[in-house]
Write a protein that binds this ligand. Sequence first.
Ligand SMILES: Nc1ncnc2c1ncn2[C@@H]1O[C@H](COP(=O)(O)OP(=O)(O)O)[C@@H](O)[C@H]1O
Ligand SMILES: [Mg+2]
Length: 265
Amino acid sequence: MSNKNALLIINDLHAKIGDKTILKGVSLEINPGSVHALMGRNGSGKSTLSYTIMGHPKYEVSQGDIKFEGNSLLNLSPDERAKLGIALSFQYPVAIPGVTVLNFLKTSLKAVLKRDIPIKELRPMLKAKMQELEIKDEFLSRYVNDGFSGGEKKKLEILHLSLLKPKLAILDETDSGLDIDALKVVANGITSLNKEGTAILLITHYQRILNYVTPQFVHIFESGEITNTGNHELAFKLEEFGYEYFAKANPVASTNSTKEVNYVS
Ligand SMILES: Nc1ncnc2c1ncn2[C@@H]1O[C@H](COP(=O)(O)OP(=O)(O)O)[C@@H](O)[C@H]1O
Ligand SMILES: [Mg+2]
């Protein structure tokens, strides 16, 4: 299923932390502008996959490759990967006391654009997106994630991404800890990011966010592997039957799922 126009091609990826192998042969292709959902149980290795794509030094790739726009990422630092247009929104965003949201966004944009954006220029860039995300002006002068609610943290992540406009955004459980109103706002922010051209890899436990962000592909992740791939329908089935049904060991689910496999190539 190799597609030379794919944005991201992960091929037979194995990765470990110390001696422990977590990813056991992940293959995935993401086309520019597409939306993929990756769903899996706690501990199945979803965050490991996102960190490995981003190049976190803790994770060692022992086999396989990750290519972005045709070039291997494996020898690049996280910073170099970010500059190519890959962004990761963390499952657990960290607080940075003493650094205001506005300064954080300014510094981050400067790193990617390689030029300084004056505050006067930055504020209007943020304005429309802040309205869309229902973020008040005073938010910009608060310290990054310091005392933020779950919803505020995730809104900041989306605001940040909308500024960076990456080619690929990996969103690790962006829906966790959100009430239904915040979920809708954040999901709409993701959809508009996608409409502006960013491909999305949305990591989630639940189908709920997929009511607002429509994936073209849904992948089920289990014990460090993608065990099923299908369309949006697969997420509804997962909700109905549970992860156990889709575990690799279940031959019925595996057989049925082959009919739904709808690879990008
Ligand atoms: N720093 C670490 N050291 C050892 N094992 C880890 C570390 N981080 C994660 N793991 C293990 O890797 C597996 C996958 O974790 P993770 O990628 O966080 O899963 P998920 O995001 O799907 O919940 C789990 O078994 C977890 O215990
Ligand atoms: Mg995780």
